[in-house]
Design a protein around this ligand. Structure first.
Ligand code: DHB
Length: 494
């Protein structure tokens, strides 16, 4: 009896497979299949929308839990409304397509009349069962490929879906901020094409209009050196009992100047940004951030290194004292002429400030990203991100390779390259987004300040419209100061 049942099951499977082969799967969107929904905002306002959910954005679905998107069309949206695409990727992990949230940028986007899109994407932890085998489906660069396929889907069905696919704004935080930066930097780049074809992504462009990046954890292969260069002299690093860790920190730190000089960046005033003036530039950005907050009523303590204009001998400077760093449309400078003695921040002791940042939230270990002891418990999430479908961990930096004596495999090198937006800005095969909104909190220590600064500078040097700040007192977080974000966006799209 058992045998007969097994035969029937097997026969059904085979015939199922045959039918699936005959009918090539197609991407679909049915405008008649929307469902009404509602989101209650914090002030009680009820936002009505039409939801289109579980729209698969590739024809060759490998992981049906993640490879689809949800669309939310607010009342009053038209074909020319902007599209706000929010990825909830965090920690380079998989992210399931969800619903708009009253407390974040998706709720606000709906309220502003934007069409909201929430795509799912595979990630370093997503798996499927193939027979008895567990297969990891989302190691680098799969999350990005899914998100690019989502952009293509929106453009493929642009006429059918409300909103304008030429006004796609991407938004994400942390690893999601990195994904948003990648979507902005890698538009239409042929390096991703063969993978997208294999997946059955729509055969259309995948560039976007604007990229919103909160604390992007990116430029991973240079993040360790940047981290030790910035934090290597802090008390907690100097107090490391582990001599090897201390030594590694110093070795990594020594690599940063060569890297940052190789970027040949320029500050907004046109002068070169180099290893020699880099710390002074970070200081300038932090002073501006604190000054802006102070003007808005924040209490900036001198215990964390700030000096004020009430110190003996201080004279109000003729030009107002505070040098603008990135004078873009969105960066409002304080009304400096009106200030009284005592209201200017005149200096910042960087050593004190960096100790403060590393005291409020303990620093990451050494190295912060590419643990070269990947076999052990010390493997980082990033080691997993660059591992393979068997669930392995992999090193991804030249430094780690020098320590292990094992070269980085060519395919890993290529995945690392494909996951770094820095490689695609200034590449004329990329259509880089024209507009960028980049934020990294002034007390965020998940990656060094130089990571978002280099990203912002490279974009600005490439002629892009960049709105960049290190917002005062912000830890590692995203979707804050939404008035500021949507004032900036509305000027661009409305
Ligand atoms: C995230 C945070 C990290 O510190 C990191 O290394 C990678 C990702 C995150 O919050 O997404």
């Amino acid at each position: 009896k058992k045998r007969i049942i097994m035969f029937v099951v097997a026969a059904t499977c085979i015939s199922g497979a045959v039918t699936a082969k005959k009918v090539a799967p197609k991407l679909t969107f049915d405008a008649g299949k929307g469902l009404s929904g509602e989101l209650t905002m914090p002030q009680g306002q009820q936002l009505k929308y039409t939801a289109y959910t579980k729209l698969y954005f590739v024809t060759q679905v490998e992981d049906s839990t993640y490879q689809y998107l949800n669309i939310f069309v607010p009342e009053g949206a038209t074909q020319s409304s902007p599209i706000f695409m929010r990825t909830y990727v965090g920690g380079y992990m998989a992210s399931e397509a969800g619903y708009p949230q009253a407390g974040d940028a998706t709720g606000r986007a709906l309220q502003e009349g934007y069409v909201v899109v929430i795509p799912g994407s595979r990630g370093r932890n997503s798996t499927v069962k193939r027979g008895k085998k567990t297969v990891y489906t989302g190691r680098a660069p799969k999350a990005l490929l899914d998100l690019k396929a989502a952009v293509r889907y929106l453009r493929y069905f642009d006429k059918e879906i409300s909103g304008d696919a030429e006004k796609i704004i991407t938004d994400g935080t942390s690893a999601g901020g990195a994904m948003s930066a990648l979507l902005g930097a890698t538009g239409n780049n042929p390096a991703y094409e063969k993978y997208l074809v294999e997946m059955g992504a729509a055969p259309v462009r995948d560039d976007v209009f604007a990229s919103v990046c909160f604390c992007p954890i990116t430029d991973l292969e240079h993040a360790d050196m940047a981290y030790e260069w910035l934090y290597g002299n802090t008390s907690s690093r100097q107090a490391l009992a582990n001599i090897t860790a201390k030594q590694i920190s110093a070795e990594l730190s020594a690599l940063f100047p060569v890297y940052v000089n190789s970027l040949t960046l320029h500050k907004p005033d046109g002068t070169p940004l180099t290893a020699d003036n880099y710390l002074a530039y970070i200081k300038q950005l932090l002073i501006e951030s604190a000054q802006f907050a102070k003007d808005a009523g924040a209490d900036i303590p001198d215990s964390i290194g700030f000096r004020f204009s009430n110190e003996a001998g201080w004279m109000p400077p003729l030009n107002g004292g505070v040098m603008p760093s990135l004078p873009t449309k969105g960066n409002k400078m304080p009304a400096i002429q009106k200030k009284q003695v005592g209201e200017y921040i005149t200096d910042l002791d960087m050593s004190k400030y960096l100790n403060y940042v590393s005291d409020v939230t303990a620093l990451k270990g050494v190295p912060a990203f590419d643990s070269y002891m990947v076999g052990g418990a010390a493997a980082s999430g990033e080691n997993g991100e660059f591992g393979d479908a068997s669930g392995s961990n992999a090193n991804f930096t030249v430094f780690a390779a020098s320590k292990t004596g094992k070269a980085i495999a060519e395919n890993v090198k290529e995945n690392v390259r494909l996951l770094n937006p820095m490689n695609f800005i200034g590449d004329d095969r990329s259509t880089v987004a024209q507009h960028w909104y980049i934020r990294h909190g002034a007390r965020d220590r998940d990656t060094a300040f130089s990571v978002p600064i280099n990203l912002a500078m490279k974009l600005q040097n490439a002629g892009k419209d960049v709105n960049f700040k290190l917002p005062w007192n912000r830890p590692h977080s995203g979707d804050y100061a939404l008035n500021e974000l949507f004032e900036w966006l509305n000027r661009l799209v409305k």
